[in-house]
Design a binder for this molecule. Structure first.
Ligand SMILES: Cc1cc2nc3c(=O)[nH]c(=O)nc-3n(C[C@H](O)[C@H](O)[C@H](O)COP(=O)(O)OP(=O)(O)OC[C@H]3O[C@@H](n4cnc5c(N)ncnc54)[C@H](O)[C@@H]3O)c2cc1C
Length: 500
């Protein structure tokens, strides 16, 4: 076999891989594992810098946890749908501007607890009666005060506890903040919304870090509030993926990290060899140990993976033949527990299409996945009928399964109670020729976001590039051509923001 062929990231026989060396002056090769936004951003950066790169993706599509479904005849995002931080500093802003995508701003508040303006939420009790708007606003203010008091609880307790425990400490201390009857149910709805952001239940969310992730106290947070990507996130992924060598239906089962090269094995036994690997599979996949690593990873890495939590969120999208609901952004149902609360996002307001999307998070999202799609759609229809007895049957429905999908096993990383401070640094740290990308390794508490995943991919590519250039000599010694900037990034068009 021609040695040049061996290092061109093509299939080779695994038994010879350990003896392969990359010939001098050939292009450094990188395998990116995962074609979500992070992997594609990493591959794009390396490709634009003239590295030879291939992407191995287990699914039959690109995008990962970005998934825009078109079966309703219009785009419906069943994974990510908001751009969090509608501002020019958002790393995705140039791409979104360049593609001419419209953002429908649901809130200009940067806090995650209010990614919808409260005036645009209509809540209903279990009997289908509308909750007075005055009460929605007042309980919202009380919830803010309760959360502010939890900061004091944190300062007093050296050990971490859950945000739910902290709320109960605050309510015992300040009985005047306790809510009764319907107001208590509205408070539970706010807790339900908080759980939706973290995609996990309030008894699992770390008191120590929740407000860092929610951007209430941090300075490096992106401004501009939250905007739905009206045309769906798919064009963003597709634009970034242009011209990349992406091999779909290639599920990686093993990564063998040698001194000179890394060998990656996919289901069916094919091997791929490269100078370096960037691993961007979801944290749920790492936690499930479904990829074998040789040599075994050190304990500091495996405990980091164990100590990071993974949440779940699912959507049930319903398309109707006509609109029978009011022109608000969110239709919520209050209940005595946050588990029993829920809400629909009214896509009609943002897109003009008669679509409602029910959102479920945490344990409830897992429970929803246990139902057949038809039962899940019937379940949420009952909730809707409770609010609107004359609701028509949906013409079509879609149900996501992020928790049990073997390519995601959860929706995104979350901070569990007692999370060690350095857990994300350890997850991010490279091992030999293996670099780590993906939303969970993103910097500055941007885990669980598209822009965080994107930046994590770019950062992994930069670290990988630096490593390869150090290892294989200076840039001048390698046949690299000057970096080609992706034309989408060069545009100066402003962000298009709408609000109907
Ligand atoms: C329901 C839901 C709603 C969300 N809402 C928002 C939102 O509104 N705004 C926002 O900013 N973020 C949101 N997020 C988070 C956002 O979608 C993610 O943070 C981001 O898309 C993650 O990108 P990634 O590239 O890190 O991972 P992924 O997109 O998951 O990419 C990883 C890829 O690896 C592949 N893979 C897995 N195993 C293997 C294997 N063994 N071999 C090869 N490939 C493999 C997967 O198929 C996948 O394509 C949401 C997520 C979900 C699930």
């Amino acid at each position: 076999m021609d040695p040049k062929e061996l290092c061109s990231t093509d299939m080779i026989d695994g038994t010879v891989a350990a003896h392969i060396k990359r010939p001098c002056n050939s292009l450094p090769t990188v395998i990116v594992i995962g074609a979500g936004i992070s992997g594609i951003a990493a591959a794009r950066s390396l490709y634009d810098a003239s590295f030879k790169v291939i992407v191995l993706e287990s699914r039959d599509r690109v995008g990962g946890r970005i998934y825009t479904d078109y079966s309703f005849g219009c785009p419906v995002d069943m994974g990510a749908s908001w751009l969090h931080g509608v501002c020019n500093e958002n790393p995705l802003a140039p791409l979104i501007r360049g593609l001419g995508l419209t953002l429908y701003r649901t809130s200009s508040d940067n806090s995650v607890l209010y990614d919808h303006d409260l005036e645009s939420c209509m809540l209903f009790d279990m009997d289908g009666h509308q909750v007075p708007q005055q009460m929605v606003m007042e309980v919202g203010d009380t919830f803010k005060r309760i959360l502010a008091e939890t900061v004091k609880v944190r300062e007093e307790h050296p050990d971490d506890m859950s945000i739910l425990q902290a709320i109960s400490v605050v309510l015992n201390r300040h009985p005047e903040l306790k809510q009764q009857g319907l107001a208590h149910e509205v408070l539970q709805w706010y807790i339900c919304r908080m759980e939706a952001w973290f995609a996990t239940d309030a008894d699992m969310i770390s008191l120590k870090t929740w407000d860092q992730a929610s951007a209430i106290i941090l300075e490096h947070v992106l401004t501009g509030g939250h905007g739905l990507v009206v045309q769906g996130y798919d064009p963003v992924v597709k634009a970034l993926a242009t011209d990349l060598d992406i091999r779909l239906n290639h599920r990686v089962t093993k990564i063998s990290n040698g001194y000179n090269m890394v060998m990656v094995t996919v289901e069916g036994g094919r091997n791929f060899v490269a100078d370096a690997v960037i691993l961007t599979v979801p944290i749920g996949i790492l936690k499930a140990n479904s990829i074998e690593f040789t040599p075994k990873w050190p304990e500091w890495k495996t405990t980091a993976i164990k100590d990071i939590g993974v949440g779940n969120e699912n959507k049930v999208a319903l398309r109707f033949d006509r609109v029978f609901w009011p022109n608000v952004e969110v239709l919520g149902m209050v209940a005595p527990t946050s588990y029993a609360c829920g809400y629909f996002l009214n896509l009609h307001k943002a897109t003009g299409h008669p679509i409602l999307v029910y959102m479920a998070a945490g344990r409830f999202a897992y429970d929803l996945e246990k139902l057949s799609d038809e039962s899940a759609a019937n379940f949420v229809m009952q909730k809707l009928k409770n609010m609107f007895p004359h609701a028509s049957r949906p013409v079509q429905y879609l149900v996501s399964h992020w928790g049990t999908d073997p390519n995601s096993l959860g929706c995104y990383a979350c901070d569990l109670v007692g999370k060690p401070d350095d857990v994300y640094e350890r997850l991010r740290a490279p091992l030999g020729n293996v670099f780590f990308g993906g939303e969970a390794v993103s910097m500055d508490d941007h885990q669980g976001s598209v822009h965080g995943a994107y930046s994590a991919g770019v950062m992994a590519a930069e670290n990988c590039q630096r490593h390869l250039l150090q290892k294989h000599g200076h840039r001048e010694n390698l046949p690299l051509v000057p970096a080609v900037r992706h034309e989408m990034f060069e545009t100066t068009i402003p962000l298009q923001i709408s609000r109907m």
